[in-house]
Structure formats: structure tokens, C-alpha cells
Design a protein around this ligand. Structure first.
Ligand code: ARG
Length: 470
């Protein structure tokens, strides 16, 4: 490749907002390297909303006349319309969405547009924009999560008497209701929503008026700006306000935990739909085939949710690392916050939505579950607990039952296959009442304390959740 073809295309470098102080124009490589408009353009409506509030605050402070205020607010409205309709033309000069909007405003209303940025810096402006954006996004995400919860609760209700093996160490442990297992995820999502609400408290703080770092020379009423934008509180330190990204880290952390939950469910769906388990059937429309093996039906959706979890964890670490050694106050490093935050949010929303629809259409193989739950000695704890009611100390009861399980394994039998005489050979405290306890249903229904898997308990929790989510 010749020198010539490696040269960047010739085009005029544009005039910068800060050009006054500079003898040289910005290098094209630097322009390309520092530009962020492709990422931050999604903030445009929040940027304009913030600018309108800022403009009105300047008007109230008599920094702008009423007619100037009116003209700027109207101009911002026109810019928004152009952006809404996809008619806005970005130019080379538009380093970020804040500059792009101000540039267009000035084209539309003339030099007066240059007054909008009075007493403001992009440093407090960008913090405001992200806070406004997050406020919306978090609210929407909670709505998506509630929808997901309703689908899971609906599945639980539709299968509320179906038993399945409960696992520890991925070994069959004790029978539980399939509904109880699903509702475990509903509880996780409930905590996920709680974390988003907690983070919202720190998101919902108004930073404008902090200027570049030290505050502003203009007599602006910051409380008015907050009121206009619906913020309950104001930032109390300008240096902190322009350099704080804690609120984003909290959100990213809540998103990482959320993805971890989605990934655990995905992992179970992958296992359960395998030929080894066959507990569930994934809807065909949510699976893919193999280009080589005609028999394959692959669980790509839950696999991708599991795979994308690492990506969201990465964004959290990205944010933490970006902030860890930053001196106060604003540093351009902070521009790297948005790709991480936005992609984390996009990934979580997409994962929640696709899993919601997959779960809605999931079929449960009741026969397989029924058969599986009968086997594997999962009633052994019932035998031990029964012996306790007969006065045997639990440790001894455990040992007696262990010998019984050993014998069953050696003979290839289930505990339920033993006759009373055979059972009494292990302990003379055993009588025929043991048989009443040695059923899956009895084992499940005895776990009737709050949080247990008994049918009455699960039914009650389904009802409570249905009420909460309606
Ligand atoms: N695009 C920048 C960001 O996202 C806006 C603030 C730029 N401030 C500055 N002084 N260069 O962080």
C-alpha cells in the first residue's frame, strides 16, 4: 500500500467553540479520537430538557431577558423536532450532542444561541443529562422486570401442583414444587427492582449550577432548576458534582447482579432442556438448529444471556477502573462512562425481554418430572424426621436412615419399596405411620412454614405476588 492511499481524506477542519485561545486547528486524528456524538446522541431529548430549564433559570435571574428566554426555548423546541423526526444533520464540528444542539440552535436563532451556555459547562450538563436519562431508563426497566415477574408467577400458577427434584450440589436432594423453584427467581427480581429504586435516590440529584468545577458567577436559583426538572435534591459540592459517577456505578452494579440472576435461570433452562434432564421443552421459535447436525435444537437464547453476563460485569469493572485514580474534578476519561453504561442497560433490557417471552412459551414435561421426583432417595430426610417424632435423636435418626439408604442402593430399590418388617430391621421405632410420610406430596406439604415449598404456602405466595404485581 502506497503512502498516498494511507493519507486521511482532505476536508476543512471546523471551527471549535474554544478556538479563540488556539493557534492551530484541531488535528483530524484528534477530532476522530475525541468525538462522542455517536454514543451520546441518545441523550438529546434530556439535553434539551435540561437546557430549557437552564434557560428559564437564567431568565429568572435576569441574565437573559424574557424575550431572549422565549426565543431560546422556542429554538430548542425546533432543534428537538428535527432530532425527533430524524431530520437533524450532524456535522464534523459536532464533537458531542451538547455541541451539536448548541450549534444548530445558533444556526436557527442567530448569535443569541450563544447565550444558552452562560453559567454552564458541559461538565455539569453531561452529569444532568445522564441523570435525566437514567431516571427514565430505570423506571422503564422496573416495568419490564415486573412484566417478567408476572409471566413467571403465571407459569407457577399454571403448574402449581407439579413436583420436581430440588437440588443441592446438582444432586437430587428433596422434592419441591416446580412453582416454588420458579418463584425463587421472582424473589431475586424483586430484590433487583429494589436495588434499582435504591440507586434512583442517588441518581435523582440536580447538578446544574456547578459550572466546570467551582460553581457559577451568575445569581441562578438552583432550586428553581431542580423544581423545573422534577429533582427532589441538589448536589452540594460543585467539585463532587462534576466528577461523581457513583450513581452510574451503583446502577451498573445492580445491572450486573441482575444479569447474574438471568444467567442462573438461563443455565437451568439449558440443563433442563437437555436430553439428560428433559424437564422442559423450549419453544422452537426461541431455539436454533445446527448447520451440520440435523437433529440438533440448541438453546442459543439462554446461552447468549449467560454469555452476555460477562459483558455486563465488564462494564461495571470498566466504570470502577475509570474512576479509581482520577484526581478531582472532571477529566476527559469520564467520557468513557457512557458506552459502558448504555451497553449494560441495553444488554439487560434485551435479555429480560427475550427471556420473558421464552418463559411465557416454555412447556413443562410433567411426566418426566413426576418420574424423576419419585426416584433418587429424596424421601430419606422424611424417614429421619419421622424417627425424630418417635423420640430418636436426629443424629441417630440420620445414621439409621443412612444405613437404610445404603441397603436400598445396594439392592437397586427405592425407600418406598421396603415392607414394614424390612424397615423395622433398621429401627424398631418404625411403625406403619411412616408410610403416610413417605410420599412426595406429604414431603412437600409438611414444609409449610413461611418460605417453605408446601402447596398451601406456595399458593399463598402466588396470590400475594399476583396482588403486588397487578
Ligand atoms: N463529551 C463529554 C463527556 O461526555 C462532555 C464533557 C466535556 N467536557 C470537557 N471539558 N471536555 O464527558
Amino acid at each position: 500500500m502506497g503512502q498516498r492511499s494511507r493519507r486521511l481524506p482532505q476536508r476543512p477542519t471546523s471551527e471549535k467553540a474554544w478556538a479563540g485561545r488556539f493557534r492551530q486547528q484541531t488535528n483530524r486524528l484528534v477530532e476522530a479520537f475525541t468525538v462522542s456524538v455517536a454514543v451520546d446522541r441518545r441523550l438529546y431529548s434530556y439535553d434539551i430538557q435540561g437546557s430549557i430549564a437552564h434557560c428559564r433559570t437564567l431568565g429568572k435571574a435576569r441574565v437573559l431577558t424574557p424575550s431572549e428566554t422565549r426565543t431560546i426555548v422556542q429554538g430548542l423546541g425546533s432543534v428537538k423536532t428535527e432530532l425527533d423526526r430524524g431530520r437533524f444533520r450532524f456535522t464534523q464540528q459536532d464533537e458531542d450532542i451538547h455541541m451539536a444542539i448548541e450549534r444548530r440552535l445558533t444556526e436557527l436563532i442567530g448569535p443569541l444561541g450563544g447565550k444558552l451556555h452562560t453559567g454552564r459547562s458541559r461538565n455539569d450538563q453531561v452529569s444532568l443529562d445522564i441523570r435525566l436519562y437514567l431516571r427514565d431508563q430505570l423506571g422503564q426497566l422496573v416495568t419490564h422486570l415486573e412484566h417478567f415477574q408476572r409471566v413467571l408467577v403465571g407459569k407457577a400458577r399454571a403448574n402449581r401442583t407439579v413436583a420436581m427434584p430440588g437440588y443441592t450440589h446438582l444432586q437430587r436432594a428433596q422434592p419441591v414444587l416446580f412453582a416454588h423453584h420458579l418463584l425463587a427467581y421472582v424473589e431475586m427480581i424483586e430484590r433487583d427492582k429494589g436495588r434499582l429504586r435504591d440507586a434512583s435516590v442517588r441518581v435523582n440529584v440536580m447538578p446544574l449550577g456547578s459550572g466546570a468545577l467551582a460553581g457559577t458567577n451568575y445569581p441562578v436559583d438552583r432550586r428553581l432548576t431542580a423544581e423545573l426538572l422534577g429533582f427532589p435534591t441538589l448536589t452540594q459540592n460543585s467539585l463532587d458534582a462534576v466528577s461523581d459517577r457513583d450513581f452510574m456505578i451503583e446502577v451498573a452494579s445492580a445491572l450486573a447482579i441482575m444479569m447474574m440472576h438471568l444467567s442462573r435461570l438461563s443455565e437451568e433452562l439449558i440443563l433442563w432442556s437437555s436430553q439428560e434432564f428433559r424437564f422442559v421443552e423450549l419453544p422452537d421459535a426461541f431455539c436454533t438448529g445446527s448447520s451440520m447436525m440435523p437433529q440438533k435444537k440448541n438453546p442459543d437464547v439462554p446461552e447468549l444471556v449467560r454469555g452476555k453476563t460477562g459483558r455486563v460485569y465488564g462494564h461495571l469493572i470498566n466504570l470502577l477502573t475509570t474512576l479509581k485514580a482520577l484526581p478531582l474534578s472532571y477529566n476527559r476519561d469520564l467520557q468513557e462512562d457512557k458506552p459502558a453504561l448504555f451497553d449494560a442497560l441495553d444488554t439487560v433490557v434485551a435479555s429480560v425481554d427475550v427471556l420473558t417471552e421464552l418463559m411465557r412459551r416454555l412447556t413443562i414435561n410433567r411426566d418426566v418430572l413426576k418420574q424423576t421426583v419419585q426416584s433418587g432417595g429424596m424421601l430419606a430426610t422424611e424417614v429421619a424426621d419421622y424417627l425424630v417424632t418417635r423420640g430418636v435423636p436426629f443424629r441417630d435418626a440420620h445414621a439409621i436412615t443412612g444405613r437404610l439408604v445404603r441397603a436400598a442402593l445396594d439392592q437397586g430399590r427405592e425407600l418406598t419399596d421396603f415392607s414394614l418388617e424390612e424397615l423395622q430391621a433398621f429401627s424398631e421405632r418404625i411403625d406403619k405411620n411412616l408410610f403416610l410420610r413417605l410420599t412426595v406430596t406429604a414431603a412437600i406439604d409438611r414444609k409449610s412454614q413461611i418460605g417453605g415449598t408446601a402447596r398451601t404456602r406456595v399458593e399463598q405466595r402466588i396470590k400475594d405476588l399476583e396482588r403486588m404485581l397487578s
